[in-house]
Design a protein around this ligand. Structure first.
Ligand SMILES: Cc1cc2nc3c(=O)[nH]c(=O)nc-3n(C[C@H](O)[C@H](O)[C@H](O)COP(=O)(O)OP(=O)(O)OC[C@H]3O[C@@H](n4cnc5c(N)ncnc54)[C@H](O)[C@@H]3O)c2cc1C
Length: 397
């Protein structure tokens, strides 16, 4: 059993991407000299969505804060070894820059993608609009006759090893003195609008200066322990990997069809997924694969745009969950007005891996300086939940 002291300046509830990114950035911040405890029950991380993701990053959002969050993720990936090395070593991130390709099959959708691209370019994202002839030229395996055009992102968008990203942060955080304990948070004591004590399943209790809710799909359970509500619920998202008989020689970007089916290359195979037709809250222990989705929703669509996907074989699949923010499908970060030292970092709705570094840095700034110093994350605060004012992001995949 880890020997715990009775008080930590910061307690992270959940130690996957978000909790670990917060711990990492606090421990790297020269102005923060406090102690950090990460409480995580599952040290295999098998049921953390961090290990069930599709591991990709893009600049093509429509909200400027989301673009900024992911752009910092790209910067972090660019210099990953330097950020996380311990004794000269770091995990291999194996980043593959392919871009994301958003397809349009109507003039309206093409116009919308083009309008969004103006803002994206203004925010520093590298995007270009393609007409069907250009799509056919760049991606000859695609049936461009089906399209009115597409929007293609630059080579800083792509895929990487998500486990390596997480492990690099974790190893460096531990090296920097962060304590990880294998336990589960079962209660919070709140006195005069502050969490004073975090109670653990083992029966131990830890006093805290600040608590961070990094419990992913179980974030609402943590909020309830402090007498709060959080509009975050688990939603099923299945990943499928298939093999195609006829090889594709050219680059295959992470492609998003107008129906919301997405696919990309993964080594010699292809990875894909979609939104279930019946997209409802599920039990947080439900990691079942929704097998029918592949036959009913995915295969008919991908084979329409890529005719050789008519001849494919399913290789594997796994169940996962989005920590889905039912108000506006975006991150909720920071405290509520009722409990000032419980910081949320939840509701990513499918983009928490790429936003992890920027969110960890933002939490470190908020705790250390009482304000955001780099990206202003105030628009993503809990206040919008209290005011019932959703922020707008059109590019949720
Ligand atoms: C199919 C799929 C594809 C995805 N693709 C991408 C992608 O391409 N790019 C991207 O950026 N994002 C993607 N995501 C989203 C990304 O995986 C998540 O947003 C991110 O991993 C969230 O990390 P987290 O640490 O907040 O939550 P999680 O990884 O879910 O971790 C939460 C942790 O909290 C712990 N916990 C729970 N309850 C307690 C408790 N009471 N006490 C202590 N600990 C507790 C759990 O054990 C768990 O380890 C995808 C997700 C899915 C499901």
């Amino acid at each position: 059993m880890t020997d715990l002291t009775a008080h930590y300046d910061v307690v992270c509830i959940g130690g996957a991407m978000t909790g670990t990114a917060a711990a990492y950035f606090l421990s790297e911040n020269p102005d923060f000299d406090g102690s950090v405890l990460v409480v995580e029950p599952d040290w295999t991380y098998d049921f953390a969505n961090t290990t069930r993701a599709q591991n990709s990053i893009r600049a093509q959002f429509t909200n400027e804060v989301n673009i900024a969050l992911s752009t910092f993720g790209m910067d972090f990936i660019d210099d990953f070894h330097h950020h996380v090395e311990v004794n000269g070593e770091s995990p291999e991130l194996n980043f593959r820059g392919t871009g994301y390709l958003f397809l349009a099959d109507t003039d309206e959708l093409y116009d919308q993608l083009e309008r969004e691209s103006v803002d994206q370019l203004a925010r520093g994202a590298d995007v270009e609009m393609l007409r069907p002839g250009q799509v056919a030229e760049r991606f000859p395996y695609m049936d461009a006759d089906r399209l009115t055009g597409a929007r293609l992102g630059g080579m800083r968008e792509g895929s990487f090893d998500g486990w390596a990203l997480f492990q690099g942060l974790r190893q460096r955080a531990v090296h920097n003195g962060v304590t990880y304990v294998k336990d589960r948070v079962v209660g919070l004591d709140v006195l005069r609008s502050r969490v004073t004590t975090v109670r653990l399943e083992s029966g131990r209790s830890v006093g805290c200066g600040v608590a961070i809710d990094a419990a992913g799909c179980r974030a609402r359970q943590i909020a309830v322990m402090a007498g709060l509500d959080l509009p975050v619920e688990p939603r099923a998202r299945t990943s499928f990997v298939f093999a195609c008989r006829e090889p594709i020689e050219s680059v295959v970007p992470l492609t998003i069809t107008p129906a919301g089916v997405h696919f990309r290359r993964e080594q010699h195979h292809f990875m894909c997924g979609t939104v279930p037709r019946d997209d409802v809250a599920i039990d947080p222990d439900d990691f079942d694969v929704r097998h029918d989705e592949f036959e009913d929703q995915i295969w008919p669509v991908v084979s329409t745009y890529v005719p050789r996907f008519d001849q494919i074989r399913l290789v594997t699949s796994w169940g996962g969950q989005y920590d889905y923010n039912t108000l506006d499908h975006n991150l909720i970060i920071g405290p509520s007005s009722q409990v000032e030292n419980l910081l949320f970092a939840n509701g990513f709705s499918g983009h928490g891996l790429q936003q992890g570094p920027a969110v960890g840095r933002g939490l470190s700034e908020l705790i250390t300086y009482g304000e955001y110093r780099t990206i202003d994350l105030t628009p993503l605060g809990y206040g919008r939940i209290e005011r019932n004012e959703p922020i707008v992001e059109h590019a949720i995949i």
